[in-house]
Design a binder for this molecule. Structure first.
Ligand code: CIR
Length: 255
């Protein structure tokens, strides 16, 4: 969770067409841009040099830049997103990755892997199978991840959860924040788990960036729990990302 850089993409006006499991209304592109701006500022405050890519109107969900790529030790792996409207995001991101990363590897697969299903510790990559990530994608990713010195653990995300990291995040080297449902799936062997408070499940899509934990606003009990545990929090509004099933982790590639 120690990062010097982050890559973000401005939200497109077409984010109003973003994918969502349940419709609670379209995000407002102006409000989204303001919330995204605060997120980028928070990354900079936390010590990251942020590269901000232009909006890509062709892809409504392209602000969620974490899904088409995985960065390990400065090497970007271009993934194969599991939603049809997002498949082209991987190729669209490639030139920027070539420019900003030490090395770029293409995942060659006929399967699928979304970055939102991948939680990394210093030496482990936890990959949750989901509607967006399948066994073939996971097994084709394995040699790349192992070649970079990480152990890959393939886990099952409970079916009602979009992405593995929709409901979990790394708080420090030995601790994750997770919803009770994902914690109960047994995915976090060898790690301490702090559970989100019931009714505040969306808080689990958090990120640790250097000394700070970024947490979505509106989860006061989980916020209190993390304060008590000694974490330094930056609380950020994600109301518009939430309307299209996004959260804090999805909006940057940190490296
Ligand atoms: C999607 O359904 O793909 C987007 N609307 C939301 C993606 C969120 N990404 C993430 O959790 N990593």
């Amino acid at each position: 969770y120690e990062f010097t850089h982050a890559l973000c993409r401005l939200p497109a006006r077409s984010v109003t067409d973003g994918l969502r499991a349940a419709d609670q209304g379209d995000p407002d592109p102006m409000v989204f841009a303001a919330e995204h701006g605060a997120y980028v500022s928070a990354l900079r405050d936390a010590g990251c040099d942020v590269t901000l890519l232009p909006a890509d109107e062709a892809f409504p969900d392209s602000v969620f830049i974490e899904d088409p790529a995985l960065v390990l030790k400065g090497t970007a792996i271009i993934l194969r997103p599991g939603a049809e409207t997002r498949l082209g995001e991987a190729a669209a991101l490639r030139p920027s990755l070539l420019e900003h990363m030490n090395d770029v590897i293409d995942l060659q697969t006929e399967g699928y892997v979304d970055g939102g299903d991948i939680l990394c510790t210093d030496d482990r990559v936890l990959l949750g199978l989901s509607a967006r990530t399948n066994v073939q994608g996971a097994e084709d990713l394995r040699p790349i991840v192992e070649g970079l010195g990480y152990a890959l653990e393939v886990l099952q995300t409970p079916p009602e959860i979009l992405h593995f990291k929709t409901e979990s995040s790394l708080l420090d080297e030995g601790t994750v924040l997770a919803t009770p449902a994902l914690a109960a799936s047994g995915a976090f062997k060898g790690l301490n788990v702090i559970e989100t408070v019931v009714g505040e499940e969306a808080a689990a899509n958090a990120i640790r960036v250097n000394e700070f934990v970024f947490l979505s606003a509106g989860h006061p009990k989980t916020e209190e729990k993390l304060n008590q545990a000694g974490y330094s929090l930056k609380v950020l509004n994600t109301s518009q990302a939430a309307l299209v099933d996004g959260g804090l982790s999805c909006m940057s590639l940190r490296y």
